[in-house]
Design a protein around this ligand. Structure first.
Ligand SMILES: [Zn+2]
Length: 366
């Protein structure tokens, strides 16, 4: 077994994956056709070609607009879970979605949640992989719009809906804008997280923790810029849901050794690996592990830590966490033994251990 196969087959939890950013391009085109919409291209391989972040957000909105009835939502949810399972040995996901990108097109919250729940149930039945939902406030929305979204979510609340998050462009709309929405969500028993300090100062992390009451931080790379925030997040065990490919493309150097994620791991933060918008940035969860772990020559010990961090940072209850931890430990141990056995049989395929000689750039792997 090659080391890349070990990384793909390692059991994984995913805590930062956007539903709308994880739809198969062929499905987007099929749904657009079903509803009489004109897609930017009829070529599925080129649908997710974009250059700038504003084009990304436009495309993200288009994908959301192709979903219209409960069957559309059920299909899309089922397929994204299937993709995670087949590509990456996904075992549990807490998945973001942006309700207002759908309701603004006239789709009701009831339809969205019923459709997504049906897809979640079908995927759980076929793959044994549970999925929970985190509804994201879209930062460019008004406070009133976000509050109305929350009220509708609470009215049509389904068992899968466990949390509230926040995404969209960070710099123009700081987190405190939505403090009232987070307060109401927290009082209603939803768990809280937020994209923060992805492209803005670490003060946004502090605001999310102290003003919004967030339990974890999505991205959070600029935590490295402030010693006090860094120390606090480490000491309090704040989880960070980081993403390699999407941030390399948008913000950081293609040389992964220089990406903030390795430094965050080195600093002792509770880091998890995630795919963000997998189909839109042409990655998957397993590929995120391959990219980071091969570029940094991370051995199985670090891989184990990253996999187990996913469980630790998740909002599973303690009993489920313990069971999943045990199952992951056993599976990782078995995969390691299989990898060692195949390395003995076939030396050239053994994982390298020389950190310097193994360091490679993103381009070499693409
Ligand atoms: Zn994200």
């Amino acid at each position: 077994m090659r080391y890349e196969d070990f990384l793909r087959r390692a059991p994984k939890v995913e805590l930062h994956c956007h539903f709308e950013g994880s739809i198969r391009p062929a499905t987007v085109l099929a749904l657009a056709s079903k509803h009489g919409m004109t897609a930017p291209t009829s070529d599925a391989d080129r649908l997710y070609d974009y250059e700038r972040s504003d084009q990304f957000f436009e495309l993200f909105g288009f994908v959301a607009a192709t979903m219209n009835d409960a069957e559309d939502y059920a299909r899309c949810v089922y397929e994204t879970v299937e993709d995670g399972v087949l590509s990456s040995n996904l075992r549990y996901r807490e998945m973001f979605f942006n309700p207002t990108l759908h309701t603004r097109n006239g789709v009701t919250m009831k339809t969205i949640l019923e459709g997504m729940s049906a897809g979640i149930e079908a995927a759980a039945a076929d793959f044994g992989v549970p999925v929970a939902l985190i509804a994201d406030v879209y930062r460019s929305d008004t406070l009133a719009c976000a509050m109305q979204m929350l009220e509708e979510l609470l009215e049509w609340r389904c068992p899968a809906l466990i949390g509230l998050g926040m995404d969209g462009e960070e710099a123009p709309d700081p987190p405190e804008k939505f403090a009232e929405v987070f307060a109401r969500a927290g009082q209603s028993g939803l768990r809280l997280t937020s994209h923060a300090s992805e492209d803005a100062p670490p003060a946004n992390i502090v605001t999310c923790l102290d003003v919004l009451g967030c339990e974890r931080i999505d991205h959070g790379y600029y935590v490295l810029d402030d010693d006090e925030t860094l120390r606090r997040c480490r000491d309090e065990g704040i989880g960070f849901t980081t993403c390699v490919t999407s941030t390399v493309k948008a913000y950081f150097t293609p040389v992964l050794a220089d990406h903030p994620i390795p430094a965050m791991i080195e600093a002792g933060l509770l880091v998890t690996l995630n795919s963000d918008d997998p189909t839109m940035v042409a990655t998957d969860l397993g590929e995120e592990y391959v990219q980071l772990c091969t570029a940094l020559s991370y051995g199985p010990d670090v891989v184990r830590r990253l996999c187990l961090n996913g469980i630790e940072v998740s909002w599973l209850d303690p009993v489920d966490k313990t069971a999943m931890r045990q199952s992951f430990e056993e599976e990782l141990h078995s995969l390691e033994r299989e990898m060692s056995a195949s390395a003995r049989r076939d030396r050239p395929s053994a994982p390298k251990t020389d950190r310097d000689s193994d360091r490679q750039t993103m381009e070499e792997f693409q």
